[in-house]
Design a protein around this ligand. Structure first.
Ligand code: ZN
Length: 270
C-alpha cells in the first residue's frame, strides 16, 4: 500500500528487456521497499526482422526469473509476468501465433513505429505536419485495438514524446474523432487503458495519455485502467503513482485492473 492505497506498477522493464539493466530480483526488492502490492513486468517483445534487438527476448529465461522471484517474495508482493508487444499491422499474424504458445499474465500492445519509422524520431515528424503526425499514430493505435490481441493499451499518446518538441503543446481536442473510435472499441472489448507516468519524466509535462484524453475515455464509458511508470531503473518504480491515481479518481474511476493468467480483476484503490 502507498498512503493507504492499493499500489501497483504495471509497466516495468528488467534485463529481460533489451534496454533494461536491472534484474527482476532487484526490481522486486525495490517494489517491496516502496510498498507496492503488485509489480507487473512488461518486457519488450519485438517482431520486426529488421530490428537489431528482435531476438533479444528469451521467454524461458524470463519465466524462470519470475518463478524465482515469486518463491522469494510471493508473500509480500504479487509478481506478474506481462509482455509489452511492439505492434505494427504487417506482423499482426506473427503476434497472434506467438501468443498461442507463450503464456503471460497480461499482454500489452504498444505502438512505437508507424510504417517502420520510430514515432519518437525527428524523421517521423519531418515528413509530416502536426495533424498527420498524430493521426497516423492514432490510426496505428486503432489497428492495434481492432486486432483483439491485447489486454492493455500501453502508453497511448506516446507520439507526444517527440511531438511536443516538434509541434508544441498537444491538444487532444484536435484528435477527438480518432480517440473516440479507439475508446468506443476498447469499451466494447473490455480492454484496459494504461496511464503511463513516464511522460512526466520525459519533459512533456503529461502522462500517456494526458488528463483530457482520460476524461474522454471515461465519458465514452471507459472504466478500466492500468497504472505503470515504465521503470527501467529501480528508482523509477512507482513513479508518480498517486498522480495517476488522482487523475483516475477525477474522472470517476476508483480502481485498477490487475491480471493473473490473462484474467482481469477490478481492484479498488481502497
Ligand atoms: Zn513502449
Amino acid at each position: 500500500m502507498i498512503e493507504r492505497h492499493y499500489a501497483v506498477d504495471y509497466q516495468v522493464h528488467s534485463v529481460r528487456s533489451h534496454d533494461g539493466k536491472f534484474t527482476i530480483d532487484q526490481m522486486c526488492q525495490r517494489a517491496i521497499a516502496l510498498g507496492l502490492d503488485e509489480i507487473g513486468f512488461t518486457e519488450h517483445k519485438d517482431f520486426d526482422p529488421d530490428d537489431p534487438v528482435v531476438e533479444y527476448f528469451d521467454y524461458q529465461a524470463y519465466m524462470h526469473d519470475v518463478t524465482l522471484a515469486r518463491m522469494q517474495y510471493g508473500s509480500k508482493l504479487k509478481v506478474r509476468a506481462g509482455i509489452e508487444i511492439d505492434y505494427q499491422v504487417w506482423f499482426e499474424d506473427k503476434i497472434g501465433k506467438y501468443l498461442e504458445t507463450h503464456k503471460f499474465d497480461f499482454v500489452m500492445g504498444c505502438v512505437h513505429y508507424v510504417n517502420k519509422i520510430k514515432v519518437m524520431s525527428p524523421e517521423y515528424n519531418r515528413n509530416r505536419n502536426a495533424r498527420l503526425a498524430y493521426s497516423d499514430y492514432f490510426h496505428a493505435v486503432r489497428d492495434s485495438v481492432l486486432s483483439g490481441l491485447f489486454d492493455v493499451l500501453g502508453h497511448m499518446e506516446y507520439a507526444n514524446r517527440a511531438g511536443v518538441a516538434a509541434w508544441g503543446k498537444y491538444d487532444s481536442h484536435a484528435h477527438h474523432n480518432d480517440l473516440v473510435t479507439i475508446f468506443d472499441r476498447m469499451v466494447e472489448e473490455d480492454m484496459v487503458l494504461e496511464i503511463n507516468t513516464a511522460g512526466l519524466f520525459h519533459g512533456i509535462g503529461a502522462t500517456y495519455p494526458c488528463d483530457k484524453t482520460l476524461e474522454l475515455y471515461a465519458s465514452r464509458g471507459g472504466t478500466r485502467i492500468s497504472i505503470g511508470s515504465d521503470a527501467h531503473h529501480p528508482d523509477q518504480l512507482g513513479g508518480h503513482y498517486l498522480v495517476a491515481l488522482e487523475m483516475a479518481k477525477a474522472v470517476g474511476i476508483n480502481s485498477v485492473v490487475t491480471w493473473d493468467k490473462r484474467h482481469p480483476t477490478v481492484t479498488p484503490f481502497h
